[in-house]
Write a protein that binds this ligand. Structure first.
Ligand SMILES: O=P(O)(O)OC[C@H]1O[C@H](O)[C@H](O)[C@@H](O)[C@@H]1O
Length: 277
């Protein structure tokens, strides 16, 4: 399989979702021809480095990892197509991807696992359904899971994000200490890297493409990471243009603070729905 193999879900009316099998990274979501996701112009598609933008799949570790690459191996592993895009009776289009342990994953993480990733493209929505299964007969594992969604925005300084009011967060861009956000809506005006805990089930981001709003609904994803590198850090990221940071905001639904613990033979499910309002 070539490094850049893609699968396209096409709902008609120029509404499509493109998935790169490298990492099962969603690299495009167009609604009526309007791209909703940010992918850097400098993104590298070499089948080795994670793709800068879209929706990288973070598993089994969020952030730095002693045993493997930053944000785990799922975003740099070759996924399988479990089910090619298929039109449902509703007219929506569904595709299913999977990742199992192999020599590559076991070289970093000595556990058997199976991930299933079901995407459903609706008229103005994209559904992400994730299953994590532990097929082992003896071993329990714990893991983190996150969808590192990069939303495309005309100017991040004009975005407001709801659903974080009163939440505790770890500020990775400062000292990793815990703070509480008392703002009704969150705005971003500097380098931001925060892990908010026990966030609301729904976030709304204002001023995404065409001045519209984006609704994020999440299930079994108690945490939300907000990330924008801003000007100085952007210069240090080789696969991100120096002037691109205003056009992206990462709002990432995940399970970070309390990792998923899977006993032998058990499974975990989580999902996210993105909706253009
Ligand atoms: O550059 P990456 O490995 O893709 O990570 C990009 C960013 O992801 C998350 O949002 C983290 O909170 C940040 O600390 C990290 O810099």
């Amino acid at each position: 399989m070539a490094a850049t193999s893609v699968v396209v879900l096409d709902r008609g009316n120029n509404t499509t979702c493109t998935v790169n099998l490298f990492g099962a990274s969603v690299v495009s979501w167009r609604v009526n021809n309007q791209e909703q996701l940010f992918v850097s112009k400098q993104a590298i598609f070499d089948g080795k480095r994670p793709i800068r933008g879209g929706v990288p799949f973070v598993f089994p570790q969020f952030g730095d990892w002693a045993f493997g690459p930053m944000h785990g191996f799922a975003r740099i592993a070759r996924w399988h197509v479990e089910k090619m895009p298929e039109r449902l009776p509703s007219g929506d289009v569904e595709a299913v991807f999977s990742l199992m342990d192999d020599d590559f994953t076991r070289s970093m993480w000595h556990f058997q696992f199976r991930l299933t990733y079901r995407l459903i493209l609706r008229e103005k929505e994209l559904h992400f359904n994730i299953g994590v299964y532990n097929p082992s007969k003896e071993l329990t594992f714990s893991c983190q899971l996150l969808l590192h969604t990069y939303f495309k925005v005309p100017d991040v300084r004009r975005c407001q994000i709801t659903g974080l009011h009163g939440c505790m967060f770890i500020d990775k861009s400062r000292d990793g200490v815990m703070y509480q956000d008392t703002r009704e809506v969150v705005t971003i005006n500097e380098c931001t890297s925060r892990i908010y805990q026990n966030t609301m089930q729904e976030h709304i981001i204002t001023n995404v493409v065409s001045g519209r709003k984006m609704r994020i609904q999440k299930y079994n994803f108690p945490d939300t990471v907000i990330w924008n590198p801003w000007a100085d850090l952007a210069k240090e990221i080789p696969d991100l243009g120096d002037d691109e940071f205003p056009n992206m905001v990462c709002v990432e639904a995940g399970r970070i603070a309390a990792p998923i613990v899977l006993l032998p033979g058990t499974a975990f499910e989580a999902s996210q729905i993105l909706q253009v309002m």
